[in-house]
Design a protein around this ligand. Structure first.
Ligand SMILES: C[S@@+](CC[C@H](N)C(=O)[O-])C[C@H]1O[C@@H](n2cnc3c(N)ncnc32)[C@H](O)[C@@H]1O
Length: 243
């Protein structure tokens, strides 16, 4: 797991560095990718901005950010700059494993005199925040890189830092869909292999210990989940409820 976290951080750090020079990693793929039968689907998703979509109106409508609410964005990337999050009325907290991403966000905040809660470089399965700290949260476009053990820890951490009844949006890959298969090939080429190894049913079982699944939607290569943090955790199989 440590190795995978390092690879992911390195790949996104590189993306930021090249981005600063005006180079987009999504341009100029090798021919084994561009000649793949699902590549036109990828281009279409990119054009429609449905690849990994934190900017969807459905998310902001569901989370309904308000003044006084704390919002946690896990695997935040540059959402504050490009997904409209700087205009949300809630207080923004961003977590990302890429130090270059957090560095760039801090510069952006300072330059634009924005007020945020915190921007933190760490892995989302172990965050520095107090228990029940956040009113609303999301983790979009990140869980696909990790295997079951990590995903379980991350979901438990999301639950720990969220308030009871807090709303949360996350996504997992729609494994087997042509949209995900081409995205997976591209991510692998970019040095960040998707390692998600759970079926939708297995993932739902993990979630059910902590969250109520309000609804699910297929968005490009992903399945987006709209969740409510349970008032009590109900570990499956134990028959015991814990707060
Ligand atoms: C595909 S981008 C998604 C960004 C954004 N959430 C969106 O939907 O557009 C994934 C981001 O998650 C970060 N990330 C991936 N794994 C992470 C982890 N385990 N902990 C924290 N951040 C992570 C990456 O560095 C990257 O910035």
């Amino acid at each position: 797991m440590k190795k995978q976290l390092e690879l992911i951080a390195k790949s996104y750090d590189k993306g930021i560095e090249l981005g600063k020079k005006g180079i987009d990693l999504y341009d100029n793929f090798p021919s084994y990718i561009t000649s793949h039968c699902n590549y036109p689907l990828f281009e279409q998703m990119r054009m429609n901005e449905t690849l990994s979509d934190s900017a969807r109106k459905e998310i902001v409508e569901y989370l309904a950010p308000k003044v006084g609410m704390r919002f946690i964005d896990l695997g935040c990337c540059l959402n504050l700059m490009f997904a409209g999050y700087k205009d949300w009325r809630s207080t923004y907290y961003g977590v990302d494993i890429s130090s270059k991403t957090i560095e760039l966000l801090r510069e952006y905040v300072e330059k634009n005199c924005l007020i945020v809660g915190d921007l933190y470089c760490c892995s989302m399965h172990e965050t520095p925040f107090d228990t029940s700290f956040f009113d609303i949260g999301e983790c979009v476009g990140s869980l696909e890189y990790f295997e079951k053990g990590y995903v379980q820890q991350a979901v438990a951490e999301f639950s720990r830092i969220m308030k009871s009844n807090g709303r949360f949006v996350l996504d997992i890959p729609n494994i087997g869909s042509p949209e995900f298969e081409i995205t997976k090939l591209i991510e692998e080429y970019l040095g960040r292999q998707d390692q998600f190894d759970l079926s939708e049913e297995e993932f739902d079982t993990i979630l059910n210990d902590y969250f109520i699944i309000d609804k699910k939607e297929i968005v490009g290569p992903m399945i987006q989940y709209f969740l409510i943090r349970k008032t009590k955790n109900t570990p499956s199989g134990s028959g015991v409820s814990t707060t």
